[in-house]
Write a protein that binds this ligand. Structure first.
Ligand SMILES: *[C@@H]1O[C@H](CO)[C@@H](O)[C@H](O)[C@H]1NC(C)=O
Ligand SMILES: *[C@@H]1O[C@H](CO)[C@@H](O)[C@H](O)[C@H]1NC(C)=O
Length: 397
């Protein structure tokens, strides 16, 4: 069908507020220009989403019929992500093609294929996909960096988890455990009940603050500590909504956000942590002896490189230090607190497992201080934690 319209409107009427042009299509029906434009826009949007959401069909990958612009995201109003993924795998098999908004996502639940992606063919899958633009600082996090930048950060930061570093962190962790034990015995001597997520959340925050930043925040005892309050904003996710949705619907916007340096993290939040890290760095300059935490490890790095713009850089840039400190906190907090919380739930509901675990700890450690070696010797604990992680994965995907 061919649409024709006269450039000169056949009718024109106007009042004080607006003028509406009437067009004729094929000389038969008259439509106002705005309606015509609206239809054109809606049609383009529909074609856009239909094109974006045709990838898996073209490749012959099974999956659910996507909802325009939302893909499978409308399901998240009713179910959580884990449940959605499980249902999809039950219905469509081990490899499912879905759309997160207009972004094609392949769900893989085949162990062999996962191994191929993450090990054998890893060089083809180095980068995580740019789901959203996380802002200038967070874009320097090891999870968001690309290619050689990723490789550099990964190699620089990995030693944090070396045996030697972990051994040095044990006294810091022990301090936080002691505080937690005090609270537990105080509550239990009064016969009071406890919200475990809050307890383990506070404990985890304290461990991260001390092992990553060398800070004593004691969130278990001062839940209103500004560090804790700001950290909590990160996990509420309340600020991500509209920007996130916009990028899911129009994936190319990610590039625009990158160019304009628009971050969906509130500026006040980033400035607060920047300030904390700045002060800590300043303190380190005065007392450079501390050599056990993550921040120090980053400060000590003196590897040299040239960035993509040909600029010579020694060590880590400020943004790399900020971004990776925040990632350390973001990645460590909820995952650990949830695992401990579900672990305590599993022990409460499986008293025989609890007895066995107590028996092992009494046998291997008893009253000795916790050390890297004696914790590593707890085989049953290791099995227990693995099972908790299998049953209650702390993060989806
Ligand atoms: C992986 O990348 C290499 C070169 O970078 C290419 O030759 C190869 O075909 C890729 N493999 C797959 C499965 O795409
Ligand atoms: C942190 O220090 C850097 C470099 O000295 C400075 O540019 C930045 O403004 C400081 N940030 C805050 C929040 O004070």
């Amino acid at each position: 069908m061919k649409c024709e319209y006269h450039h000169k409107p056949s009718f024109l009427f106007s009042d004080r507020y607006q003028s509406v042009r009437i067009m004729e299509i094929l000389g038969l029906i008259s439509v106002p220009t705005w309606l015509f434009c609206l239809c054109l826009i809606l049609l383009s949007l529909y074609l856009y989403t239909a094109w974006c959401q045709s990838v898996w069909k073209r490749l012959g990958v099974p999956g659910p019929e996507p909802v325009p612009f939302l893909g499978i995201m409308n399901r998240l109003f009713k179910q959580n992500l884990n449940e959605v993924d499980m249902d999809l795998h039950k219905q469509y098999g081990r490899v499912v093609g879905v759309y997160q908004g207009n972004i094609p996502v392949l769900l893989v639940a085949d162990p062999e294929l996962i191994k191929q992606i993450t090990v054998k063919e890893f060089s083809n899958f180095t980068n995580r996909f740019d789901l959203i633009y996380p802002g200038e600082i967070m874009a320097n996090g090891v999870n968001a960096a690309h290619d050689d930048h990723w490789k550099f950060l990964r190699n620089t930061l990995s030693p944090t988890f070396s045996t030697g570093k972990l051994k040095n962190m044990m006294p810091l962790i022990q301090n936080n455990i002691n505080t937690m034990l005090e609270i537990i015995s105080e509550k239990s001597s009064k016969g009071e009940s406890m919200e475990m997520k809050r307890l383990f959340g506070g404990y985890t925050m304290d461990v991260i603050a001390s092992t990553a930043f060398g800070l004593e925040v004691n969130s278990l005892k001062n839940p209103d500590d500004p560090f804790v309050n700001h950290a909590k904003i990160f996990f509420s996710g309340s600020f991500t909504g509209p920007f996130l949705m916009l990028q899911f619907m129009f994936p190319r916007l990610t590039n625009l956000f990158r160019v304009l340096k628009i971050s969906f993290f509130p500026k006040s939040l980033l400035t607060f942590f920047e300030d904390v890290i700045n002060k800590t760095i300043q303190m380190r300059k005065e007392d450079p002896d501390t050599n056990k935490d993550f921040l120090q490890l980053m400060l000590n790095t003196d590897k040299e490189r040239t960035d993509s713009g040909g600029k010579h850089i020694k060590g880590l840039t400020r943004n790399e230090i900020y971004g990776n400190s925040l990632i350390f906190m973001v990645a460590g907090y909820d995952t650990t607190a949830n695992t401990l919380t579900f672990g305590s739930y599993c022990l409460a509901t499986n008293p025989d497992v609890q007895d066995k675990l107590i028996e092992e700890i009494d046998r291997e450690i008893a009253d000795k201080p916790l050390e890297y070696e004696n914790v590593m010797s707890l085989e049953y604990l290791d099995m227990f934690i693995s099972e908790v992680l299998r049953l209650w994965a702390p993060t989806p995907r």
